[in-house]
Design a protein around this ligand. Sequence first.
Ligand code: SAM
Length: 227
Amino acid sequence: MTISLIFIITLSVLLLGAVLYWELVVAEGAHLGAKAVIKMYDWTAKRYDGIKQFEPEFEAQTLGYPLSMTMVNLAYPRILDVAAGTGRLARALHAQPAFRGQLVAVDLSMDMLKAGIPTHAQPVDSLQCPAGRLPFDDNTFDVVACLEALEFMPDPLAVIEECIRVLAPGGLLLISNRRGWEAKAIVGKTWPKEALQPLLENMGLFSVDFQSWQVDYDLIWANKLRR
Ligand SMILES: C[S@@+](CC[C@H](N)C(=O)[O-])C[C@H]1O[C@@H](n2cnc3c(N)ncnc32)[C@H](O)[C@@H]1O
């Protein structure tokens, strides 16, 4: 085998490794379609919480407490968590003594939903369905959340629109927006804040507020216009 052939083979293997790492590890299969993404989550479901190492204090500070405060004036709010995974939002809300309400968790990975069940302090209605086609009427929920998930969806903007559809007028949308170099690597599925803010406002949201959250995400709090 000539030196140049060895060089070409080595380079090809390295390139292939880099592409696989980018698509399977960084983008979690986002460009391979929903089936590939869900297979990966089914596969990691039982290990997911261990990998994430959620810190109850941080979850309470950034999610549970501020979210429960937005609902203090509602007698029994309905909350939908889209792509809920193992239910970190339900855990954060149920840890708030003042919280009363109905939680609905949807995810396309049944294994993720099942893995979360033993960790819930109170019942959560769980349903397997795609984020882009939610089986709920328009204007149903007081809060709709979609955390750490939009960038793995076939069409993230369509999912945001679907979340807004099922959100009641005046209700709160809580989503996360990936940032940093990894966000840029998930091509076509993430937006810089300057681009996403006007997109969200054009979808009928107001008070769109970006907050720094975790290492590689912003949290976005926004309300649906009453019209
Ligand atoms: C990184 S996890 C986030 C889970 C949870 N929201 C959290 O913050 O821990 C991404 C979740 O999105 C779900 N998911 C990915 N694509 C989906 C789709 N098209 N429809 C519904 N769920 C989807 C996965 O199954 C997974 O549970």
